[in-house]
Design a protein around this ligand. Structure first.
Ligand code: CAA
Length: 270
């Protein structure tokens, strides 16, 4: 198993570390750590995730991040105990989703490493990430309907875009849980792995990305995400501008030169 190096900062609800990646940039690791509440996502925890991810985003030595939970639960949803007494004005005034909005703006890729329950806000946090690696035992669902509410952290939008209308309707209107395999087949999950291997496999995927030229990785992510909220014409225009922009990077000169000289490129991330 990978050696996790220095806990960067002490938080109340998450553990934060860096994983070495010989030959590439490091991987930032965030472990949700509220085991007694099955990693239910309260406001404080989400603020910490956003802060830690932001620090990774700004750190030139980090190429990719991973968010994970425990074997039993990635996260069993937003914290029902925190929300139980809130009325709509409280919820609006609390800006419940400001941390989610900050996470959405991360430039570097973020991988969700899911074992056990990814329910409600837990499924939505996984979908807010750029890829999902899931254990065979992972269970995905949007059970908010059982609480007489609906997904509020992007679930109706991201799930529908990922799995299509028919499956999204079924998941959100019945509140049922679906297996990692079903979600892989539906297009939500990037890779299903053996139980117990979810973190190792997620870190391997993150490392594969963190050895690539960082600026091209970030701009590719930006273009892919753009495809969800624009027309094909505007999306292609956006892609083309980013493609041209990369022609001014040192890494582009190095990458093409190294290919012609039949040697391994050395990336600088700019
Ligand atoms: N919020 C707060 N606490 C939670 C929680 C949640 N979402 N999910 C679990 N917990 C707590 C339980 O209350 C329990 O605490 P206590 O020991 O203090 O009673 C502890 O975690 C363990 O949970 P269970 O005893 O229920 O564990 P289980 O193994 O029997 O069941 C489960 C596991 C099926 C996941 C069940 O806990 C469950 O159904 N959880 C709620 C799932 C849910 O409805 N999620 C959606 C939340 S709403 C939302 O997310 C809104 C949004 O879109 C933003």
């Amino acid at each position: 198993m990978d050696k996790k190096v220095h806990l960067l900062k002490s938080y109340s609800n998450i553990l934060v570390s860096e994983v070495e990646n010989p030959g590439g940039l490091k991987v930032g690791l965030i472990e949700l750590n509220r085991p007694k509440a099955l990693n239910a996502l309260n406001t404080e925890l989400m603020g910490e995730v956003a802060e830690a991810l932001h620090a990774f985003d700004k750190d030139a030595e980090i190429g990719c991040s991973v968010i994970t939970g425990s074997e039993k639960a990635f996260a069993a949803g937003s914290d029902i105990k925190e929300m139980a007494e809130m009325n709509s004005v409280d919820a609006y005034s609390a800006e419940m989703f400001s941390a989610w909005d900050r996470i959405r703006l991360m430039k570097k890729p973020v991988i969700a490493s899911v074992s056990g329950y990814a329910l409600g806000g837990g499924c939505e946090l996984a979908m807010l990430c750029d890829m999902i690696v899931a254990s065979e035992c992972a269970k995905f669902g949007q059970p908010e309907i059982n609480l007489a509410v609906i997904p509020g952290a992007g679930g109706t939008q991201r799930l529908t875009r990922a799995v299509g209308k028919a499956r999204a309707m079924e998941m959100i209107l019945t509140g049922k849980m679906f297996s990692a395999r079903e979600m892989f087949e539906a297009g939500l999950v990037t890779r299903v792995v053996e139980d117990g291997k979810f973190l190792e496999e997620s870190l391997n995927l993150a490392k594969d990305i963190a050895v690539k030229p960082a600026l091209a990785v970030q701009l590719a992510k930006e273009c892919i995400l753009k495809s969800f909220d624009t027309t094909i014409e505007t999306g292609i225009e956006f892609e083309r501008k980013n493609f041209y922009l990369l022609f001014s990077s040192g890494d582009k000169q190095e990458g093409m030169k190294a290919f012609i000289e039949k040697r391994k490129a050395v990336w600088k991330g700019k």
